[in-house]
Write a protein that binds this ligand. Structure first.
Ligand code: FES
Length: 104
């Protein structure tokens, strides 16, 4: 099991048996409480916005400028914001904890 911890918009934490080798967004969009991911991972909609737990922030690859530009325009942007479509879920991220950001 590759563990992914997901806090939904009601503040409830779920433990998900996630798939590696695909993006975090692809793991989240099929969940009832997951992300919309309207653009399908093209870094164009920000409906895959999540907050990354502080303990995990430094373990993710750095965001590229197209991701940071999109995030910066969100009213819900925080220092730990990421677009889940831009993060590949790899085995070393087992245990990752993210919170689904509010809708814009
Ligand atoms: S799915 Fe649209 S920006 Fe991530």
């Amino acid at each position: 099991m590759t563990l992914l911890r997901v806090i939904d918009r009601d503040g409830i934490e779920h433990e998900v048996d996630a798939t590696t080798g695909i993006t975090l967004m692809e793991n989240l969009r099929d969940l009832d409480y997951g992300v919309g991911a309207i653009c399908g991972g093209m870094c164009a909609c920000a409906t895959c916005h999540v907050y990354v737990d502080a303990d995990w922030q430094g373990k993710l690859p750095a965001a590229q400028s197209d991701e940071t530009d999109l995030l910066r325009d969100l009213s819900t942007h925080r220092e730990n914001s990421r677009l889940s479509c831009q993060v590949k879920f790899t085995p070393d991220l087992s245990g990752l904890r993210v919170e689904i950001a509010p809708d814009e």
